[in-house]
Design a protein around this ligand. Sequence first.
Ligand code: UDP
Ligand code: UDP
Length: 472
Amino acid sequence: MGSLTSDDPIHVVLFPFMSKGHAIPILHLARLLLLRRLAAAVTVFTTPSNLPFVSRHLAGTLASAVSLPFPGDIPGLPTGVESTDALPSMSLFPAFATGTVLMQPSLEAELQRLHPRPTFMVSDGFLWWTLDSASKLGIPRLVFYGMSNYSMALSRAAGVENHLRGPTAEDEPFTLNAFPWIKLTKNDFERYFFQSLTEDNPQLEFIMKAMVATQKSNGLVVNSFQELESTFLDYWNRESGLGAWCIGPLLPLEHPVVGDPPLRTPWAEWLDRKRAGGERVLYAAFGSQAEIPAAQLQEIALGLESSGASFLWVIKRKESDIMADIDSGFEDRVSGRGMVVREWVDQRGILIHGSVQGFLSHCGWNSVLESLCAGVPILAWPMMAEQPLNARMVAEEMGAGLRVEAADGTVRGFVRGEGLAEAVRELMEGERGEAARKKAKEVAETARKAVEEGGSSWTALGTLVEEISRQR
Ligand code: UDP
Ligand code: UDP
């Protein structure tokens, strides 16, 4: 591969991680780069099983999706699983993520074949080995984690100030010197941060590899906007040595986007009827990864039923089977008032439907942005990953949501139906809910300005392409 010249057309290569939450914003970025003519070509790498999903999201654009064979021999992994959404258990995550390194030769072969030559690559932080491939071929690499600046900054500060490995109890509140107004507990962070690398800890080993490669990369692409969390962005840019480009929210503000099917599903019609009847609907969904135990699912059902609220609840196939076993009469009892959906939905479409006035959410970062950008306040119930931090950000830092309280008052404790029902009523009808709704609408307005021509994210994306292209 010869050296690139500045006359070569800009060709951006995107390589999202194989999970819906990591892929969706990157697919939006592909669309944006082409719509704004910032790139002449965009190529998205994926794997055979994820190709239909990726292609569907790129429909109507000139982006190409290239499928790399997924290794069939990752130890501990059932064959045919090419996405963390499809893992039988999240305990297999480190094996899955570590195993993706076997894709390296095919990525490099494809990179060399691409025409025009890639100008730069944006790849997921979990695909740490893509840095080696990019470096070998002289391609700058930017990293994408799909996290807020808030959670990145707090995770960094908690590590630097050495709060997580000591003997402090997991629910003992502490504050950070960097952010003394924020009350945290160890439980706001993933367990593997508490342990040391000398213990058998494949998750931490993997994260360390990702972090080392991130540090050596050419920058960080963040799905957020500067006005939302400037304090945390400033901290990150000051302390990390790796500049963050806030170019989000990476989601369609107009809906449906070109190429999307029209919103004519049974649940869309149900929502239309609710709107016509002047009813407020709570949307309840916990993303594509969370594993909710049977006893907790039952309390969710109880809580939704006794809240008296209208609700649209999206459950996964596995949860649907559990519900059928533990409470087969639930849907009949809530008939008319509540709807349970068992398929992949257009979540963004639901959140901007005028009837939806609250979101019971696990606080995956995409869900948070999608909700706030629709002006919908969040009832935060974090389940895993950096979600507890996102929940704090939404409820405590921004005031755009409330928290579901666990029965024992801890971050990860069991939630009882009655507590959930009370929180739902407060969000949908109470004063605190109304204040959060007002705040969410303000955030939506600021987000819109950030991505409009001349806005902070709009400008950052243009500058990013220009600056990184100059580094080739
Ligand atoms: N999503 C969707 N339909 C579904 C379930 C999820 O469109 O039925 C989308 C959702 O809108 C979001 C992403 O999948 O864009 C999930 O990402 P998030 O960060 O919220 O949570 P994760 O799934 O990563 O835990
Ligand atoms: N699929 C799979 N393994 C994976 C991811 C997807 O077998 O790791 C399958 C999935 O079950 C579906 C097809 O590939 O039959 C397309 O997956 P997609 O994620 O697009 O889901 P869909 O929305 O089509 O159900």
